[in-house]
Ligand binder design. Structure first.
Ligand code: MG
Length: 228
């Protein structure tokens, strides 16, 4: 299922810009502050006289934000802001993905620019990038647009924003992510996607979604960086 070193090198060779998902390929955002706990705290904060917010029983805070957008759009700016604050707290306890630094260094070394594109809050991503001294290895960060949860993947919006900043055509870029929505967003933006399967079963679903290759370790992708 996973791609060989040579296959990966061939896929990556023409790529001038790598767009990289954050939660998964870079770090495990909710390793120290679990997503379910974030969702619980979000629901608690928005429980008022009218009762709990829409989606209060969900364990995925992003799904809750989308539900709030559907049913109580007036709450979105504050809910998005609350989630961003919790994500900033979460990234202080996030665990770096094995091989992620190696990957970023390898691609910086051959002059390929890497842009982080994520449904996480931009403020949380920036905080992690600074805390882990990755600034020189990352060309830019594109988190969800504040107050606009509809900008999240599978929408191609954030990928297109990164391409604009890179002044790149979709064919010159590639997206690496660990979820089916990442592959879908890449395709919607006219880009190919490589899957990072960090859990059992993901390789199959990412390949079925149309990922051109699937790896099980970021170190494999680091090894695909070749001077052209
Ligand atoms: Mg992810």
């Amino acid at each position: 299922m996973t791609a060989t070193r040579e296959e990966l090198a061939a896929i990556m060779a023409p790529v001038k810009h790598v767009l990289l998902d954050f939660d998964g390929p870079v770090c495990s955002v909710f390793a120290g502050l679990p997503a379910a706990e974030v969702a619980r705290r979000m629901a608690e904060e928005f429980t008022g006289p009218e009762g709990p917010p829409p989606g209060h029983d969900l364990t995925d805070p992003f799904a809750m934000l989308l539900r709030i957008a559907e049913e109580r759009p007036e709450l979105v700016p504050a809910a998005d802001d609350a989630l961003a604050r919790l994500e900033i707290e979460a990234v202080t306890r996030a665990s770096p993905t094995a091989g992620a630094l190696q990957f970023l260094e390898a691609y910086a070394g051959i002059g390929t620019r890497v842009w982080v594109v994520s449904n996480n809050a931009g403020s949380a991503i920036e905080q992690y990038v600074d805390a882990h001294q990755l600034r020189s290895l990352v060309a830019g960060c594109f988190g969800r647009s504040p107050g606009r949860p509809e900008s999240m993947k599978p929408s191609p919006e954030l990928l297109r924003a990164a391409l604009r900043a890179a002044r790149a055509e979709p064919e010159e870029a590639l997206f690496i992510g660990d979820a089916v929505r990442d592959v879908e967003a890449a395709h919607a933006a006219g880009m190919t996607a490589v899957g990072y399967a960090n859990k059992p079963g993901k390789a199959k679903t990412l390949a079925a979604a149309g990922a051109v290759a699937v790896v099980s370790a970021m170190a494999e992708l680091a090894g695909s960086a070749r001077q052209s």
